[in-house]
Design a protein around this ligand. Structure first.
Ligand SMILES: [Zn+2]
Length: 179
């Protein structure tokens, strides 16, 4: 883990530092333990520590094929879901100490959905972020480095940085440089 968030950054990102029974994030973390680790025990440790980046190695049967993965907050990823690819943006990366005193890393994802519209100028598909997001997942779902390019569908409201009221993104299939 690299680049631990200080309390100022945590506040800016609006993430939960301390779990409690009222916040939805505790329920989602419980679900994530259940889905990914088959653990269904009460969550005793209440603190979350957030980081800017995580790197890890995905082991293959043949050592030479091991993959070193590096993921940063703000990157877009693709995840194979049933037969199709789903896309998400990484909102946060955190670690939590489970009841066995081991640390587990999770990520908070916001999922994109295809609006069915296409940008007139670039021909790119327009995606929007789903509501009721902040899903917690294990890093098990990411086994390769991100190579997905979404660019904000900037409008006049993006003057001082990107407007947060506009959650539309263009799926940049062709990897050209957007200026
Ligand atoms: Zn923008």
């Amino acid at each position: 883990m690299h680049g631990k968030w200080d309390s100022k950054r945590i506040k800016k990102e609006g993430v939960v530092k301390k779990l409690n029974n009222e916040n939805q994030i505790q329920k989602k973390l419980y679900q994530a333990y259940s889905i990914y680790y088959k653990k269904e025990t009460a969550i005793s440790f209440k603190n979350l520590e957030y980081f800017e980046m995580i790197s890890y190695t995905v082991l293959q049967e043949d050592d030479a094929s091991n993959v070193n993965v590096k993921i940063c907050v703000g990157e877009a990823i693709d995840v194979q879901e049933d037969n199709e690819l789903a896309y998400a943006i990484i909102q946060a990366i955190f670690i939590h100490i489970a009841n066995n005193n081991k640390k587990y890393a999770f990520l908070i994802l916001d999922w994109y959905y295809d609006t069915g519209r296409v940008d007139n100028f670039t021909g790119s598909k327009i995606y929007d972020l789903q509501e009721s997001n902040n899903d917690i997942h294990s890093f098990n779902i990411i086994v390769k480095n991100p190579h997905i390019h979404f660019v904000h569908n900037c409008r006049a409201t993006c003057t001082n940085g990107h407007s947060e009221n506009n959650t539309e993104y263009l799926y940049n299939e062709f990897f050209y440089i957007v200026v």
